[in-house]
Design a binder for this molecule. Structure first.
Ligand code: PLP
Length: 381
């Protein structure tokens, strides 16, 4: 029998896998209760009915390959963002584009930089491309831009900046990013990952904060690639569609690196229709902005450190083993994300749900955490 490890390069052999948030079905199999999923930052209101209708309308064409150039979708995005078509590359979720960017720009000997406790796909994409990922510490739960800049060397090709950051929910402001970009050398491409852009922009408008100049950088021809996705505010995580916007030449390399026909016709139709259903997106954004304070206060009331969020999830430090707490919450019918894989074994991330879901979560959370305190007191006495 072959020893396959001899055939596979070392950086692939050592690759860690991605652990997704648990599905409601899996949780039901394990705990025998119906569970609300508040673990993967999805839209609790589902997809836009217009997107569902658009998908149904193209199902009969599934015998045909999709439009590899995603022409209609790119045209809609051109109108929305006021950029040129060659500046936009749609992919099967922005995760796919992260892999493409890493494989295009990295190889053994080169490195990428990001923060500790950031999006879990950055290490995977970097290592799969044979590059090395440098992770600098967070400063007050947020990206430390000075530390990122200080880590750049002659072999750096990518900086991943998740803004807002997943899982802490923090942002770096537009002014901070302006200054950061002004001082970067020309051999570094900054990936401004704005998966939660709509939520952050909505909250920023309410809070009178200047959140993002990402598209201005692209229009100015900076070495920046902006990532957006239909998985979050648009409620289309299951059909896999996202896109990048950046300098035409760089985007043309990414376009060539894509897996052919990877964005299905169903996904393209859904994304086009979702862009035309502003009311559905606004409902999710308004609900999120209204519910964030209630969820944060409900968790903080029990004495836990909750990081003020700019996204559709809340990061909470429990001071307890988060995996155990998550299991107990699951038994109460709520799936949250324990953050051990992010190097935060005592923290959870909770997706903001509908008002009813958040009430159910807070009730379960109170019950589980009060039980934890009571059992600690019993041990101490
Ligand atoms: C920061 C960040 N970037 C990108 C993504 C990827 O989204 P998708 O591949 O679904 O477009 C996510 C999803 O959770 C994320 O949190």
């Amino acid at each position: 029998m072959s020893d396959f490890s001899q055939l596979v390069p070392e950086h692939i052999r050592n690759l860690g896998g991605y652990t997704p948030g648990k599905s409601s079905r899996q949780a039901h199999r394990e705990s025998r209760v119906n569970c609300i999923k508040m673990a993967s930052n999805e839209n609790p209101f589902g997809p836009s009915p217009k997107a569902v209708q658009a998908m149904q309308a193209v199902l009969g064409e599934c015998n045909l390959y999709p439009d590899n150039d995603c022409g209609d979708l790119r045209q809609k995005l051109v109108e929305r963002h006021q950029v040129r078509p060659e500046q936009i590359v749609p992919t099967a979720g922005s995760t796919a584009l992260l892999g493409i960017i890493a494989r295009t720009l990295l190889s053994p000997g080169l490195n990428a930089i990001t923060s500790e406790r950031s999006f879990i796909v950055y290490p995977i994409a970097t290592q799969a491309a044979g590059g090395r990922l440098i992770q600098v510490p967070l400063r007050q739960d947020s990206y430390d831009l000075d530390a990122l800049a200080a880590a750049v060397d002659g072999n750096t090709r990518i900086i991943y900046l998740s803004n807002p950051n997943n899982p802490t929910g923090t942002i770096v402001t537009a002014t901070e990013v302006d200054r950061f970009l002004d001082n970067l050398p020309a051999h570094v491409v900054v990936v401004l990952d704005e998966a939660y852009y709509d939520f952050a922009q909505y909250l920023a408008a309410r809070r009178s904060v200047d959140y993002s100049h990402a598209l201005d950088y692209v229009k100015q021809g900076r070495q920046v690639v902006v990532l957006r996705t239909f998985s979050k505010a648009h409620g289309l995580a299951g059909v896999r569609v996202g896109y990048g916007i950046g300098p035409p030449e760089l985007m043309s390399y990414f376009a060539r690196m894509r897996t052919t026909f990877s964005v299905s016709g169903v996904a393209q139709a859904a994304a086009v229709a979702a862009l035309g259903d502003e009311a559905h997106t606004q409902k999710a954004l308004a609900n999120n902005a209204d519910q964030v304070p209630l969820l944060m206060e409900g968790m903080a009331e029990l004495g836990h450190h909750v990081v003020p969020t700019w996204a559709n999830f809340v990061y909470c430090e429990l001071g307890e083993d988060a995996a155990t707490v998550a299991k107990r919450l699951q038994a109460e019918g709520v799936i949250v994300r324990p953050l051990g894989p992010w190097g935060a074994p005592t923290a959870i991330r909770v997706t903001v749900g509908t008002p009813e879901q958040n009430k159910i979560f807070l009730k379960a959370f109170r019950k589980v955490m009060e039980r934890a305190v009571a059992s600690k007191q019993t041990v101490e006495t």
